[in-house]
Design a protein around this ligand. Structure first.
Ligand code: F0G
Length: 459
């Protein structure tokens, strides 16, 4: 007998109080933060959906592991445990610990990058792209065309356009390809999964042209769940086995353990090629730390070793993906346009459609993100022209391709009633839609302006 109510497969042992604020207080707080949600104090947020990264709740087992953490400088037991779990999962022998994902990207891609090199991904995450471009190389995105249309339903919208991938390899020359990177799930494309069939097709092309093939695997367990649910031949497979099969196709992987590692800090590089791993190790020692801890303390490594096992639990993954889908489908039923189908870690709302009276030059995504805070104390993240817009020489805005607001769900943190509250806040906002106004930027830094820019409501 199965029930339609999917419960959180855990009990709560330790709680973190949320401080409740009123709309009047939030108006003042947002104004003090110059209408930038990154500049708010976290204690003034009721439901924090800014990111699913580093925001997971750890299990009792992980907290027990924290106490067992071996803080020896070299050869710690906690390192051996973390390495064993990662080698087993990835099927690779060479593991390099880093303090988070971007540290691994920096080490690996600065080594393989440089001027004239090209990296090809389904969609590069911002920090991946930044690390590649910082090395002087070029980053090209080749997601399938369905992955670029919010409303098109496709089971694996994160898939790489393999034909376009091969065209680009031929165009730039195989020897100039730094690496091909498959991001699973595809965060920047809406948290959409990649199929095993696609991962195999990418492998075939990479093998044919002898180019390196890596996974950006920070949400690999969520991706494995989607394969189990949607791809033929995988219904009865263990999620860890599915992940292992995907890893075995590639030459290596970079992981931010802050996502599917179920920890607050950590990451790693794992590689088949020992020679490449040895070169990475040299940079690791200079930039992160000794080979048996990288940028991590023993307790972090212990928590990662446990988190990477817990994340593949069937009941956990079922609850995780179904609860994200619950939020997305309820919003969709209310008539809110969201990226479909709902991805693994977040719901992406189409703010251009929600506030269709606000021109893109006045940042409808920023307006929705600020209104969610004002109305309900919810913090979300604008992923639109504030984050990605550029300027023409004349100062005119070149808008981003989409104006999205991401509601990222921290793992094991919020209950169904928190999510129902988010839905109710949307219900209220829908009623007052036409009243909302856009924003202008009053000051901004040269790079990554969304973190620190100041905004003013347009009259
Ligand atoms: N790759 C992907 C696909 C990511 O989503 C992230 C981080 C990273 C790499 C970098 O990892 O933060 O540990 O250095 N994504 C976070 C987010 C920040 O909010 O989506 P990191």
């Amino acid at each position: 007998m199965s029930f339609k109510t999917i419960i959180e497969p855990f009990r709560i042992k330790s709680v973190e109080p949320i401080s409740m604020t009123t709309e009047k207080q939030r108006k003042k707080l947002l104004s003090q933060a110059n209408n930038n949600l990154f500049l708010l104090d976290a204690e003034h947020v009721i439901i924090d959906l800014l990111t699913d990264s580093g925001t997971s709740a750890m299990s009792a087992e992980q907290w027990a592991g924290i106490m067992r953490g071996d803080e020896s400088y070299a050869g710690a037991k906690s390192w051996k445990r973390m390495k064993a779990v990662i080698s087993d999962l990835t099927t690779y022998d060479n593991v390099i610990p880093t303090h988070q994902g971007r540290a691994g990207e920096n080490i690996l891609y600065s080594m393989l990058g440089g001027k004239g090199k090209v990296f090809i991904s389904n969609t590069h995450f911002d920090t991946t792209r930044a690390n590649i471009e910082y090395s002087g190389a070029t980053a090209i995105d080749c997601v399938i065309k369905e992955g670029k249309s919010p409303e098109v339903i496709h089971p694996f919208k994160g898939n790489m356009d393999v034909e376009l991938l091969e065209k680009n390899i031929v165009k730039y020359g195989a020897k100039n390809i730094g690496a091909v990177i498959l991001t699973v799930t595809n965060n920047s494309g809406g948290g959409q999964p990649v199929s095993m069939e696609n991962a195999k097709a990418v492998q075939k092309v990479c093998k044919k042209h002898k180019v390196r093939y890596f996974l950006d695997c920070c949400r690999i367990a969520e991706n494995a769940y989607f394969i189990g649910e949607r791809e033929e031949g995988y219904a009865n497979k263990d999620y860890k086995q599915i992940a292992q099969e995907m890893f075995s196709l590639a030459d290596g992987a970079v992981m931010s353990a802050k996502k599917d590692g179920l920890v607050n800090m950590g990451g790693f590089i794992a590689l088949k090629d020992k020679k490449l791993a040895d070169s990475c190790t040299n940079t690791l020692i200079i930039k992160e730390g000794f080979v048996t801890y990288g940028g991590l303390s023993g307790r972090d490594m212990e928590a990662i070793a446990i988190g990477l096992v817990e994340v593949f639990d069937r009941d956990y993954l079922n609850y995780r993906i179904k609860s994200t889908t619950y939020l997305g489908e309820k919003l969709s039923e209310l008539g809110v346009a969201v990226i479909l189908p709902i991805g693994g870690h977040a719901v992406y709302v189409d703010a251009k459609s929600f506030y269709n009276h606000i021109p893109v030059e006045q940042f409808p995504g920023q307006a929705l993100a600020c209104d969610l805070y004002l109305k309900g104390g919810i913090r979300a993240c604008e992923i639109g022209s504030v984050m990605f817009g550029k300027y023409e020489k004349s100062g005119k805005l070149i808008p981003a391709s989409m104006e999205l607001v991401r509601l990222a769900i921290p793992r094991r943190v919020y209950t169904q009633s928190h999510i129902d509250y988010v839905i109710e806040v949307f219900e209220q906002l829908i009623k007052e839609k036409e009243k909302s106004k856009g924003f202008e930027i009053t000051c901004e830094p040269e790079f990554l302006r969304h973190f620190t820019a100041h905004f003013k409501r347009v009259d």
